[in-house]
Design a protein around this ligand. Sequence first.
Ligand code: GDP
Length: 442
Amino acid sequence: MAFEGLSEKLNATFKRLRGKGRLTENDVKEAMREVRLALLEADVSFKVVKEFVSHVTERATGADVLDSLTPAQQVIKIVNEEMTALMGSTNSKISMANSGPTVVMMVGLQGAGKTTNGAKLAGLMRRQFGKRPLLAACDVYRPAAIEQLKVVGGQLDIPVFELGQGDPVNIAEEAIRHARDHGNDMVLLDTAGRLHVDAELMDELKRMKAAVHPNEILLVVDAMTGQDAVNAASAFDEALGIDGVVLTKLDGDARGGAALSIRATTGKPIKFVGTGEKLDMIELFHPDRMASRILGMGDMLSFIEKAEQNYDEKQAKKLEEKLRKNRFTLQDYYDQLLQLRGMGDLSQLAGMMPGAMGKQLQGATIDEKALSRTEAIILSMTPLERENPQILGASRKKRIAAGCGLQVVDVNRLLKQFDMMQQLTRQLSHGRMGGGMGGKMR
Ligand code: GDP
């Protein structure tokens, strides 16, 4: 799959940052040098890399930081956001006709995947948007092109319009008429390709554009060709004007640079990606999902999102106050556990957690069963006991153990843990409060 090398390199960089408590300007610079190299090796264009790195550096060293994340997470968050922005922020749809069939011109160089992806797109439009598409064979030069379109259309059970080797512009017009008469609300025009961009091809495409006024001109480019795909996009856009790009063969071992450069270089969005030879292997392009796929850290990114969502300043202040006054109770401990559970798989999360709680959990292996026991014990206590664990004498402990089906030793173990935790938070409360768990968790 594309992006493997890039993902690996970026991950190694982030891993090195993760060990650090606080990032110096030099740390950021060093990391950005690595990011820059990784992107260049992935075949992202030089100018795009330069701008990207400068944006990220500016933000990572600037005031744009959140208290609820560790420094390394901040950098990952920024890289993720900038990468998403680079590819276009939101996914772009096909603009549909207000009346009559929506006309989509599929253009591109030979072998890019125009014919197959035209058919795939027709299938997707029918599947996801309930369209009734018609495929039109306007490539009259390559002998097998018409036959190929009929084969893939047939496999998907999508009608194909053809007039043999006639004039492509005329065929396009006739196809649209046919669609109107036969209840097809979308026409995909499979146009001719060449090995290189040439004037003759462009003239024909321009004539077709002028004649049929397509709602959308989609350029199909092959991700495996890297910078050539970006150059083709620029050339087609300048000569013909395109609305978006279908990036094919992303399943191959392409280095992925095209996906990251096309939008920044041409200003035109990638709208669809081809992810395999099978006819259902096409997807709407979502820049945000692609960015997290490239960063290979969906879990981390969703943690960052959750941490941002869950970061409740008022609650954090209250907890901080409690810690300062040494009033952190078993009830608070319980609330923290619940909060943690709400965030998903604990053992995965521990390493990502900022602050004292994260460190504490990181050292220990997370045992879900032990956590359930802890919860059960705290739930067996009365509110008074939760607030004042010092009143827990032998008989109360016995009652609590019986209440949750455990032993007194289990209750004692929890109390000892809690005691250690209090000591730890006490130490923190004399240090930098914002870095303690009070600043991090609700
Ligand atoms: P055209 O000349 O632009 O019409 O290109 P074709 O549609 O004939 O495709 C050229 C080759 O690329 C065919 O063998 C397709 O099966 C293959 N192809 C198209 N899209 C993809 C894709 O997303 N992944 C892979 N692996 N192969 C693809």
